[in-house]
Write a protein that binds this ligand. Structure first.
Ligand SMILES: [Cu+2]
Length: 452
């Protein structure tokens, strides 16, 4: 199929995928629960996959609520002491359950001895106390039979805000070079359906079957507990009661989008964000700094974020259209050669250096060198183009054009859509059906677009 225009690179299915989009719901702060005391319950339930599947899974529920996948995202503050009480309501035959908190020393209260952590017996409880000593991106998971229990879904994200955190000017760490405008969680997992089917027979139906966790062969890949296109649906969608979190990154040109990446499964996932490189400022909850307090001076620019199992990455993505070589807003070409010019707001300024004064003023965060440069590509005829729900009908940021009946309408502000996905392209499927899996769309929206 044909692309409308080639600013995305990568595989050419961006517009095909856009047909799955719905009107984006603003979500500039990561969904989760904050506090110092949490009650989690391990229990079973079913999650849904976009191919119509219903998969038996285990998860951590909040305050006796429904099982959720992943577990509640715990949003903590540096310096706090956190108490987490775990209740085991898994099927009794599933045995004990626990939580480990990588990167944290844990005080354990009650429960029964286990290999990696003290455990809650069937119907019982265990309490963990951790000190949130270091800001950053972390996860928690079961420390009991992780080959079964982590695969079944007993995982969750944990975010620790720095003690200097200011919601009006947020930073990921105690350094201004970790500042951001928007933050989004990318909690990456995968599931082997065979483990879930065997666990259903063994634990929910009390059949005498073996669970083979060695020949691990995942067929579903998740961001924040959802496979595409469900990743793009609203958080808390009532038709996904056990998968409350979505992944719909949105930003405006020049803004910083903090990507909190977590490898919470068994496989490594190379997560590719189209549109621009990102700057990796931290790994595993530690700033990439040469000396304490120096800030992320060892940050690296990455094309694809390689997220290992058990690892976390904090990366900052920015997009300005810099270097594209054309005016992304489709501004009028410069025509004013007279000093003390004729065009209010742009008098006697020549941002792109073509020797002619600008006809119109700059947009906020516009890449100056391309201001007023004409679009160099001749668009194909409309009848030659493939459309999709997120195409605005115009190649220009903030503009909408005419679309055939029934096309578009899901990109109300005229943004640019970029597919963000696993670069293991096999992981962009739902049980062998493309497209799906570990994929979402990032929207770069024009200045002034509300992103709460
Ligand atoms: Cu791609």
């Amino acid at each position: 199929m044909k692309k409308v225009f080639n600013i995305t690179g990568g595989i050419g299915v961006v517009l095909l995928l856009m047909i799955f989009m719905i009107v984006p719901r603003a979500q500039a702060v990561i969904d989760g629960v904050s506090g110092t005391t949490f009650n989690l319950t391990a229990r079973d339930g079913f999650i849904s996959t976009p191919d119509g599947g219903s998969v038996y899974a285990w998860g951590y529920a909040l305050n006796g609520g429904v099982m959720q996948y992943p577990g509640p995202t715990l949003i903590l503050n540096e310096g706090d002491t956190i108490t987490i009480t775990l209740t085991n309501e898994l099927p009794a035959s599933a045995g004990n359950v626990s939580i480990v908190f990588p990167g944290h020393s844990v005080q354990e209260i009650g429960g029964s001895a286990g290999i990696a952590a003290r455990e809650a017996l069937p119907g019982g409880t265990v309490t963990y106390r951790i000190k949130a000593n270091n800001p950053g991106t972390y996860y928690y998971q079961s420390g009991t039979r992780p080959d079964i229990q982590v695969s079944m879904g007993l995982v969750g994200a944990m975010i620790i805000r720095p003690w200097t955190f200011d919601p009006a000017n947020p930073t990921a760490y105690n350094h201004p070079d970790s500042s951001y405008d928007h933050e989004y969680l990318f909690f990456l997992t995968e599931m082997d359906l065979n483990i879930h089917e065997a666990a259903y027979k063994k634990y929910a139906c009390n059949e005498n079957v073996q669970i083979d966790t060695n020949s691990f062969f995942p067929v579903y890949w998740f961001i924040n507990g959802r496979c595409a296109p469900d990743t793009m649906f609203p958080a808390g969608a009532p038709w996904l009661p056990n998968q409350p979190y979505n992944c719909r990154p949105r930003l405006r040109p020049g803004e910083k989008l903090l990507m909190r990446m977590i490898g919470a499964g068994r496989d490594l996932h190379p997560f590719h964000h189209h549109g621009n490189n990102s700057l990796v400022i931290a790994r595993d909850g530690r700033l990439l700094e040469s000396l304490p307090g120096s800030g992320p001076d060892m940050a690296v620019s990455e094309f694809t974020l390689t997220v290992p199992p058990g690892g976390t990455i904090d990366a900052i993505f920015e997009w300005t259209g810099a270097g594209l070589g054309w005016d992304i807003y489709g501004h009028e070409q410069d025509i004013d050669i007279a000093p003390e010019g004729n065009f209010p707001g742009a008098e006697d300024v020549d941002h792109n250096g073509d020797g002619i004064f600008d006809s119109v003023a700059m947009e906020p965060n516009e890449y100056a060198s391309d201001h007023g440069k004409p679009f160099p590509v001749v668009l194909p005829d409309e009848s030659e183009m493939a459309f999709g729900g997120l195409y605005s009908g115009s190649p220009f940021l903030g503009a909408a054009g005419s679309l055939p009946p029934g096309e578009g309408g899901l990109n109300m502000f005229g943004g640019f859509a970029y597919m963000w996905h696993s670069h293991n392209e096999k992981e962009m499927t739902n049980n062998d059906i493309f497209p799906g899996g570990m994929m979402t769309q990032c929207l770069v929206e024009p200045p002034g677009t509300p992103i709460p």
